[in-house]
Design a protein around this ligand. Structure first.
Ligand code: PGA
Length: 247
């Protein structure tokens, strides 16, 4: 039985003051029906972690080296120092705007696991690839590349987020059927790479214009174990509605 895992992804939103306000409103409403969390910008991470008793707090990125001359970057050790246990890696916005590649996502995934962090590894096709019927090929390739050299025991810790780029922030949600089909393909790829037993243990999220009203039926899909939620995770009431709607 895979426990649902639902994370907000705040992206470049919310000051520390706004973070405090959100956590004070939402943390006490969290139920044990899922692992609930939020990806928070670096500057507000320490405060978020200090205040959150029930919400899990994730960084939205991390460097793949231990330390060194990498101006502007943040290491796993720095995240661990403030108690962070989760990190979102390879989000399509990082791939699109900040030069993230399958190779860097892989290096970061290995670095997260080496440091005991739980990585949420994002994969997903662009609109062009979707329309050219390349989704299966893209998600299999991205999944295999991101997880290269991950040890068979470590894979169960990894969370995969399937996020079709055309559905992110556009209001166009993939239908539950499309999302389920692609998440099943990802699980099939995991089985090829790590064996069926390991593949059955990995939690796979869907992300892309997820709304509180859709969360329950989304998670009823057999291969969808959670969600990565952008816009709808920014408003406390909307986040609380997700918790309530999940049941
Ligand atoms: P969205 O973002 O829910 O606003 O589409 C999802 C994401 O980018 O993780």
């Amino acid at each position: 039985m895979r426990k649902p895992v639902i994370f907000g992804n705040w992206k470049m939103n919310k000051t520390i003051a706004e973070t405090v306000e959100f956590i004070n409103a939402v943390d006490k409403e969290v139920k044990d029906n899922a692992d609930w969390g939020i990806g928070v910008p670096y500057l507000a991470l320490a405060k978020a972690k200090e205040l959150a008793g029930n919400l899990n707090i994730a960084a939205e990125n991390m460097h793949f080296k231990d330390n060194g001359a990498y101006t502007g970057e943040v290491s796993a050790e720095m995240l661990k120092e403030i108690g962070i246990e989760w990190v979102i890696l390879g989000h399509s916005e990082r791939r699109q705007y900040f030069g993230e590649t399958d190779e860097t996502v892989n290096a970061k995934t290995l670095q997260a696991l080496k440091n005991g962090l739980t990585p949420i590894v994002c994969v997903g096709e662009t609109l062009e690839q979707f329309e050219a019927d390349e989704t299966e090929n893209v998600v299999r390739t991205q999944t295999a590349a991101a997880l290269k050299d991950v040890c068979p025991n470590c894979i169960k810790k990894v969370v995969i987020a399937y996020e079709p780029v055309w559905a992110i922030g556009t209001g166009k949600t993939a239908t539950n059927e499309i999302a389920q089909n692609v998440c099943a393909i990802i699980r099939d790829e995991l089985a090829k790479l790590f064996g069926q037993e390991a593949a059955d243990a990995v939690r796979i999220q869907y992300g892309g214009s997820v709304k509180p009203e859709g969360i329950k039926t989304l998670l009823e899909q057999p291969d969808i174990d959670g969600a990565l939620v952008g816009g709808a995770s920014l408003v406390a009431d909307s986040y609380i509605a997700m918790i309530e709607n999940l049941g």
